[in-house]
Structure formats: structure tokens, C-alpha cells
Design a protein around this ligand. Structure first.
Ligand SMILES: *[C@@H]1O[C@H](CO)[C@@H](O)[C@H](O)[C@H]1NC(C)=O
Ligand SMILES: *[C@@H]1O[C@H](CO)[C@@H](O)[C@H](O)[C@H]1NC(C)=O
Ligand SMILES: *[C@@H]1O[C@H](CO)[C@@H](O)[C@H](O)[C@H]1NC(C)=O
Ligand SMILES: *[C@@H]1O[C@H](CO)[C@@H](O)[C@H](O)[C@H]1NC(C)=O
Length: 275
């Protein structure tokens, strides 16, 4: 092998390294992004255990329908396969923030990561997003006759137009994947008494609250007397329409770009040498 060939081979190796490290700069790195959002800790653990985070990181455009610790508890007892199917149904392969959700004219059917697993039958791999005339946003399996079980509770954060994380009220389980969880029936309508009915509890019962069409999601937070530290854990939520607090993110970013710059310099040096 003559020195010229050796040099070009070496340059090629370095170039490949640079390209692969630059793609890691662009990766969504979903586990990092969700770090610190403790209220979704169990959901994040499942993304980790099922290795779904790897599949998510391969994507450029994703909307995560996140479940709080309280709402995900209902599926924790299920088999690993079932949990994998359910959690991958909460990863939409499209970008939906609040603005885009509010522009849905009636309903749309969106492909999920479960569809790309190849295990889905019929419409199991799709989620139906429906916007009611009241402005409320509902989610359900796109399977025929499947109920729209979950509602949008809030936009957790967005990275337009790559990643959006939305909190939904219940797990979305396509018929055939496992037992479907239905929302509790709405309590009979009673005109709100003079004192706020919101005091009683934060999650499920919010369902019926005749909140203003816009941003029903935020009301549980602001209205809640925060009786437990658990409720508090989500506190950064309401303030963040867009992401603010990802120190971890910045460090990885700069770490990765340092590698990139270093490697790029190496290539330059080699190329100059070569010439
Ligand atoms: C949610 O669950 C995870 C793991 O089970 C836990 O680490 C985290 O502290 C919990 N967060 C809250 C707010 O309860
Ligand atoms: C993912 O799981 C591994 C072990 O299975 C653990 O070491 C790591 O801290 C977890 N990452 C996150 C972000 O939870
Ligand atoms: C965001 O999406 C664009 C185009 O879809 C892509 O080029 C870019 O790499 C993505 N960024 C991340 C962080 O995934
Ligand atoms: C979504 O679900 C609603 C209610 O079941 C249904 O009327 C609508 O046709 C569905 N939309 C799509 C795009 O499948």
C-alpha cells in the first residue's frame, strides 16, 4: 500500500467517525430531554427498559403522548410485550404542538411507532386525534369503534418541529393489544356551587369540569392546592411553553460538538497533509 492510499484510507476512517458523531449531535436523545420531568419518571423508565428510546432517537419528527406516574400505574402489571406495544403507541411519527392540534379541522389519523414495529394489525398502529367543537382534544386508537379514551391535559414542552411532548389523561390501548382502559363515567352535571369544585382532586375528575375551551390542561395545576409533594414535581410544567431548563442537554450538545470540532480539525490536517 503506498502512502497516498494509506492517507486516503485514514482520512476516510476519520470522515466516517466525524459523520457518525455529527449525527449523534442531531439525535433527539429522548431520555436526556425528559430528564428532570419527574412526574413522567415511570414512563421514561419504560422507554428505557423497552429500548424504545433508541427507536425514537432514530427519528427526526416525533410527538410523545406522555403518561404521568399516576396514569401509567394502570398498565404496570401487564406483560413486557403488552407494555412495549402500549408505550410505542404513545409515540406519534409526526409533530403536534398545541397550535397544530388546534388547527385540526375534525380528526386525523396519525401513524405511531407501534405501526413501524410490524406487529400491528388493522389500524392498531394508528392514533385518532379528534378536536371537539369545544376545543377539547381527544386521543384514541384508530381501530374501528375504539373509544377516544384520552384527552390532552397539557403541552409539556416542544422543540419545533422535531419533538413535542404532550401529557394525556389515560393510556391509549388499541383493541387486541390488551384490555382497554376507559375513562370514568362523567359525574352527573351539577352547577358549580359557590366554592370551587376543583379543590377535591387533581386528575380523573377534571374530566367533567366545564373549563373554558382553551387550555383546560393548565387548570389542574394552577387550581390545585398541591396537597402532596408529588403534585409539585410537575411544577416547571405550566411555565414552559417551550423548553427552558435542560442543562443536561446543553452539556451533551457542547461535548458532542467539541468532539466534532476536534475530529474536523484532524480531517483538515490530514487533507492538507495529503495535498
Ligand atoms: C415517578 O416514578 C419514578 C419511577 O417509578 C420515580 O423515580 C419518580 O420519583 C416518580 N415521580 C413522582 C413525581 O412521583
Ligand atoms: C436506563 O437504564 C439503565 C440500566 O438499565 C440505567 O443505567 C440508566 O440510568 C437509565 N437511564 C435513564 C435516563 O433512566
Ligand atoms: C429536525 O428535523 C430536521 C428535518 O426534519 C432534521 O434535519 C434535523 O436533524 C432534526 N433535528 C433533530 C434534533 O432531530
Ligand atoms: C376519529 O374518531 C371519531 C370518533 O370515533 C370518528 O368519528 C372519526 O371518523 C375518526 N377519524 C378518523 C380520521 O378516523
Amino acid at each position: 500500500m503506498n502512502p497516498k492510499t494509506q492517507f486516503s484510507l485514514l482520512a476516510l476512517v476519520v470522515l466516517v467517525f466525524v459523520l457518525s458523531s455529527s449525527s449523534s449531535v442531531n439525535a433527539l436523545n429522548i431520555l436526556q430531554q425528559l430528564k428532570g420531568y419527574d412526574n413522567y419518571g415511570a414512563f421514561v423508565d419504560l422507554l428505557n427498559q423497552t429500548k424504545l428510546y433508541q427507536k425514537i432517537n432514530e427519528r427526526n419528527t416525533v410527538t410523545i403522548l406522555a403518561l404521568t406516574n399516576a396514569t401509567i400505574a394502570s398498565i404496570q402489571g401487564r406483560s413486557d410485550d403488552e407494555k412495549l406495544a402500549i408505550i410505542s403507541s404513545h409515540v406519534l411519527l409526526d409533530y403536534f404542538d398545541k397550535i397544530k392540534l388546534n388547527k385540526i379541522s375534525k380528526s386525523v389519523e396519525i401513524t405511531t411507532l407501534y405501526q413501524s414495529s410490524g406487529a400491528a394489525n388493522d389500524e392498531q398502529g394508528f392514533v385518532n386525534i379528534t378536536r371537539l367543537s369545544s376545543g377539547q382534544i381527544l386521543f384514541g386508537s384508530a381501530m374501528k369503534k375504539a373509544p377516544l379514551v384520552a384527552r390532552l391535559e397539557k403541552e409539556v414542552f416542544t422543540k419545533p418541529y422535531n419533538l413535542s411532548v404532550l401529557q394525556v389523561s389515560l393510556p391509549i390501548i388499541a383493541p387486541g393489544i390488551g384490555e382497554v382502559i376507559l375513562p370514568p363515567p362523567p359525574p352527573p352535571f351539577t352547577p358549580p356551587p359557590s366554592e370551587s369544585p376543583k379543590k377535591s382532586n387533581d386528575d380523573e375528575e377534571e374530566e367533567e369540569s366545564v373549563s373554558p375551551a382553551e387550555a383546560p390542561a393548565d387548570s389542574p395545576e394552577s387550581g390545585s392546592p398541591a396537597p402532596s409533594p408529588v403534585a409539585d414535581a410537575d411544577a416547571p410544567g405550566p411555565a414552559t411553553e417551550n423548553e427552558v431548563d435542560t442543562p443536561a442537554d446543553t452539556t451533551t450538545g457542547s461535548g458532542a460538538s467539541r468532539v466534532f470540532v476536534g475530529a474536523a480539525t484532524a480531517v483538515m490536517a490530514l487533507v492538507f497533509n495529503f495535498l
